[in-house]
Design a protein around this ligand. Structure first.
Ligand SMILES: [Zn+2]
Length: 226
């Protein structure tokens, strides 16, 4: 109790502490952590923007990026989602000439989990991405309708089955269909099944899906910047 009070008191006078190392930070992260985060960036974020499910990825799920995502989720640091969305938007704009204009829909997490966490990281990432790119955000484009078990307990077939009915069309598109294709946004893209399940719901309703943008993938095939 005492220490929590002290920390709050301190933050009135000093810059907020970096959520990754606790040193004073002028921005969301301190300079050292931000530099380390940049090293997780993939060299060509638009390299997988092709084929049936075009994918735009900011970084490799490892090192400081993995830690930043964990701290964001489990230590209640929504400002990290904001930073990651900004980074994603910045690299999107760098490749904008080969990418489409789109309406952004974050992949919603299940409502109980959201309530417990107090925020939905995909929504915050998408919001900040839209601030950078000028795209419009439809955070209710999809809704989550089924509670899903932790996916790591399941084999790939079970995983796919589990995700099939996880989403439904959200209220943003129930009355009016979007005028541009949809870009789905999430934090981590592992197998892509969750994102594909979201895309399927939209496509079945006649809504065009441009592709998927995610902060991180554990897929090592993408080359890094450094
Ligand atoms: Zn730091």
């Amino acid at each position: 109790m005492h220490f929590a009070w002290l920390k709050n008191f301190r933050s009135l006078f000093l810059a907020d502490a970096c959520p990754l190392c606790d040193r004073p930070a002028e921005d969301i992260l301190c300079k050292a952590c931000h530099r380390q985060l940049q090293r997780c960036q993939v060299a060509k974020p638009a390299a997988s923007w092709q084929g049936e499910s075009p994918l735009f990825i900011w970084g490799h799920y490892g090192g400081v990026l993995k830690r930043a995502i964990a701290v964001m989720k489990y230590e209640n640091k929504p400002q990290i989602a904001e930073l990651l969305g900004e980074e994603l938007g910045r690299v999107w704009l760098n490749s904008a000439s080969i990418l489409p204009k789109a309406i952004v829909v974050p992949l919603p997490m299940n409502p109980e989990k959201r309530q417990k966490r107090g925020f939905d990281q995909a929504e915050l990432i998408a919001r900040s991405f839209c601030r950078q790119t000028g795209f419009s955000l439809k955070s209710q484009g999809l809704q989550r309708i089924k509670d899903t078990k932790p996916l790591f307990d399941l084999n790939p077939q079970e995983r796919e089955l589990m995700m099939q009915d996880a989403f439904a069309l959200g209220k943003d598109f129930q009355k009016r269909r979007p005028q541009l294709p949809i870009l789905l946004v999430d934090d981590i893209c592992t197998t892509g099944n969750t994102l594909k399940a979201g895309a399927k719901v939209l496509v079945e309703q006649g809504i065009q899906v441009a592709g998927i943008a995610a902060i991180a993938t554990p897929n090592r095939k993408l080359p890094t910047n450094h």
